[in-house]
Design a protein around this ligand. Sequence first.
Ligand SMILES: C[S@@+](CC[C@H](N)C(=O)[O-])C[C@H]1O[C@@H](n2cnc3c(N)ncnc32)[C@H](O)[C@@H]1O
Length: 270
Amino acid sequence: MKVRDIGKVLARTTVVAGIVGLSVAVPAVHAEENRLDEIQRQIADLQRELSELRGTHVQSDLAAETSVKPGINDKWKSEEIEPLIARLEEESREIYSNSKLLAATAGPAPGSVVADIGAGSGFMAQHFAELVGSEGKVYAVDINATMMKHLAEAAAEAGLDNLETVVCSEKSVDLPPNSIDLAFICDTYHHFEYPRNTMSSIHEALRPGGQVVLVDFHRIEGVSRDWIFDHVRAGQEVFTQEVLDTGFELVNSHALPQFEENYILRFRKK
Ligand SMILES: C[S@@+](CC[C@H](N)C(=O)[O-])C[C@H]1O[C@@H](n2cnc3c(N)ncnc32)[C@H](O)[C@@H]1O
């Protein structure tokens, strides 16, 4: 055999050895892939089970919630709404006298969807309806059906076609999932008898990245008026923690000199 022929044989032997090696390696690779697939399937099953368990836990936690302030809304459920409206629309009330500034601070984008939770007489909802414009929408949400009927009539008279009233329950804002960009809660959080349930329903109604603007009373010893200590069950720190615990993160606090009795906080859905 010539040296050139030996070279050719060696070359063919190398190719054959390569093919044999590969054919041994291919089943091994397949086996590894199958094992990986199986592990991934098992991980997916475990993740599903875990999220079901978490869901069950959250559901039972929500079902177990009892009223944090029984009776706080007795007056607010009244069908006699004139005294309630008069109370909300007092010039001496900083929320009312600075309502346009407050609406602009909440800052809904034109075309966005806002829910005014605990809308009351609805002056804020009406400002929002103007700010979001005809491409946007405002849900005025409250437990008081008479108040919402009154507001629906006022909005129709003012030509605010983009304002819709919703009579909700004490445990849920009863808005469709993923339907709103901003939930505005003004002097109402301390009226929530079931804050975890209500905030969870707001969380569900918000679109990804949606925000909550919370306005409520400072409750500071030596500073706040006496009636606040009895009426408002907790101060800013406690309410902030409660909101964080229902799946939100704090974005910022708006410090406006016009607001001395109330703080204004912005949260984002996590
Ligand atoms: C003090 S008023 C504030 C009204 C309005 N946000 C304002 O600042 O002029 C509180 C309102 O919250 C409503 N409310 C109480 N609990 C509520 C709940 N769980 N969901 C929605 N609204 C509620 C009451 O009916 C009442 O209209």
